[in-house]
Design a binder for this molecule. Structure first.
Ligand SMILES: *Cc1c(COP(=O)(O)O)cnc(C)c1O
Length: 417
């Protein structure tokens, strides 16, 4: 009997067979046929230290037997408090409040609502949102509105709200981005710039320089526009530092974190903000309440996993592991560079990306699924964005494992390049 399950981002007519996965450890998945598969994309960018990290698994076990779930309006619990306190020690100065939710998309929706609520309560006309072309912020209606429009969003276009878009800072054309931002920032109705710092993830693993991020932050600050950093993907070490913003010494007004927040073990997200955004909602007037929640907001088990993740960051050599993966990826990039069939080989921290074959990044290119199959046959979980092949591995990956991925990229370039 065929499965009743409707899978995400899956065209069932073309790809009816799903790979069953029965267990996982470190950077490896074990499938239903007993094959070991190397998880080169951290199971959609969430796994940081490795699958089933013993300390996180133990924390989940312990918490599940103590307090499973409780309403978070009017109630609180130690795992949430411990995580919020610990996290605030790791993020840029100025961020002082932590709002919990349960996915990256939701954390961005919360950020947008915080920004608009803030200005509304101040009596300011600011309500427009500026975003970068090619960006991705999630798949809910609000985050689709903010993200790049295309085949993914076409059917839902009537539901999407308008935003202002600045161009991606192509190398050599960065000034156009800054000028465009300057124009929008001067508009007295502009509320916020929502941005993926340094890396456009789903938009094709495109990178831009920390100096540009710093200049964009300065423009926002000069004009009283809030800077919302969507670090859902870049956070938790992916770019080589804890946050991508850290490369540019940028302190955003609002910060979105999810994916690596529990080390990739359970869904959880937070939106952090500066004190004045909390204060503009603080009132004896109940209509100024921040009206947002999801049923599982700050689920204690997820928070306990996040606390264990923070402990790992404090007590294990996480930065050294990140540095080792980054060094191996940088070496890989040197090997891949100039290889026929590979273009735009690039590396940022633990992320390595390149386009295979000519024709640009085009997500709908048929090469994408063919490449995915090619890598799957080699027991590598690599899921290209169109012709863009990227590696975004867990930090426990070894040099030999990463070199095998680089070899596979070269092999793929021979076949598809
Ligand atoms: C994945 C992602 C999101 C959405 O997160 P979900 O948990 O899938 O909702 C938002 N922003 C960025 C930058 C992402 O990479």
């Amino acid at each position: 009997m065929t499965s009743p399950i409707w899978h995400p981002f899956t065209q069932h007519a073309l790809f009816p067979a799903m790979r069953p996965v029965v267990s996982a450890e470190g950077a490896w998945l074990l499938d239903g046929d007993g094959r070991q598969v190397f998880d080169a994309i951290s199971s959609w960018w969430v796994v940081t230290h490795g699958h089933c990290h013993p300390r996180i698994v133990q924390a989940i076990r312990d918490q599940a037997g103590r307090l499973d779930q409780v309403i978070f309006a009017g109630h609180t619990h130690e795992p949430a408090r411990e995580f919020a306190d610990g996290l605030l020690k790791m993020v840029p100065a100025g961020l002082s409040r932590v709002f919990f939710s349960d996915s990256g998309s939701t954390s961005v929706e919360v950020a947008l609502k915080m920004a608009l609520g803030h200005f509304r309560h101040l009596g300011s006309p600011r309500h427009r949102v500026v975003v970068m072309q090619g960006s991705y912020h999630g798949d809910t209606v609000g985050t689709m509105s903010a993200g790049e429009r295309g085949s993914f969003t076409q059917p839902y276009e009537p539901l999407l709200f308008g935003v202002d878009r600045i161009p991606f800072p192509e190398p050599g054309a960065e000034q156009a981005t800054l000028d465009s931002l300057e124009r929008f920032a001067r508009d007295p109705t502009t509320a916020a710039l929502l941005i993926e710092p340094l890396v456009l993830g789903a938009g094709g693993m495109r990178f831009y320089q920390p100096a540009i991020l710093a200049e964009m932050a300065a423009i926002c600050a000069r004009h009283g526009v809030l800077l919302i950093a969507d670090e859902v993907m870049t956070g938790w070490g992916r770019t080589g530092r804890f946050l991508a913003c850290d490369h540019a010494c940028v302190a955003p007004d609002i910060l979105c974190l999810s994916k690596g927040i529990t080390g990739g073990h359970l869904p959880l997200a937070v939106t952090l903000c500066r004190e004045e955004i909390f204060q503009s909602h603080w009132s004896t007037d109940r209509s100024r309440t921040f009206f947002h929640s999801s049923s599982y907001t700050a689920n204690p088990i997820a928070c306990a996993a996040a606390c264990a993740n923070l402990q790992i960051w404090r007590e294990e050599p996480v930065q050294a592991r990140i540095d080792a993966v980054a060094a191996e990826q940088a070496e890989g990039a040197i090997r891949l560079e100039g290889y026929p069939g590979l273009t735009s080989v690039r590396c940022m921290g633990t992320i390595l990306a390149a386009e295979i074959g000519a024709g640009g990044a085009d997500y709908m290119a048929d090469t994408g699924p063919a490449l995915m199959r090619f890598f799957a046959e080699r027991d590598l979980l690599i899921r290209p964005l169109g012709r863009t092949v990227y590696l975004l591995p867990p930090y426990c990956s070894t040099g030999a494992e990463l070199r095998a991925c680089h070899d596979a990229m070269i092999e793929a370039a021979d076949v598809f390049g």
